[in-house]
Design a protein around this ligand. Sequence first.
Ligand SMILES: [Zn+2]
Length: 216
Amino acid sequence: MSDVGAGPESIEEYYARIAAATDDEGRLPVAVEEMPGWDIYPYEIDSLRLKPLQPLAAEEPPRRGEAASDCWCRQPTGEDDGTLVWSNERWRLQIARATGLPITLLLSPVAHHDLPSLPTELAAELGELIVAVGDAIEHVPSVGRFQLARYGDGGAHAHLFLMGRPARILQFRGSPLIDWEENLPRVPLEVLQRNARVVADRLVVHVGGRAGSLGR
Ligand SMILES: [Zn+2]
């Protein structure tokens, strides 16, 4: 019977449903009929098991830069260390250096904001930028599709990941790309810069702003 009129479920109720599905060791079964059974899943299922479910944390831990005064955006930094792809007065787009993908970019507002509390004007511009950066990443020759992620668990300052899934490596499609990425050889910075120049030049044409030096 549906509980019409009740409020949203508590995390304790949500957790209890998961815990009820675990075995004697607190492990959930691997869902072989779901993504673990798809051809894009990176791991072999025979030897796969999930870690035991941990108890609920007492509270959400604080993130880096939770207070603006402690955030990287308040630290004096060099303007352009060769990883800045593009910027305008309100946004910065940078290369994530340690990546196994042809291109992984971080898009952040210059001012200190978390994504859920982004002011409306910045939110509207973010929408335009996601489209423009996504289009530009898909013009990098070694990229098949761009992927977009926001986690928000590490740093409080809003930052989106825009990643290029390597072209024609169909095994890397979908969300398992991140699992593959950790295990791929790191792409040299000089190669990342050459790929990012495609993005920088296209963004300047489509949304204005300035290209970073990118080793040029
Ligand atoms: Zn900040």
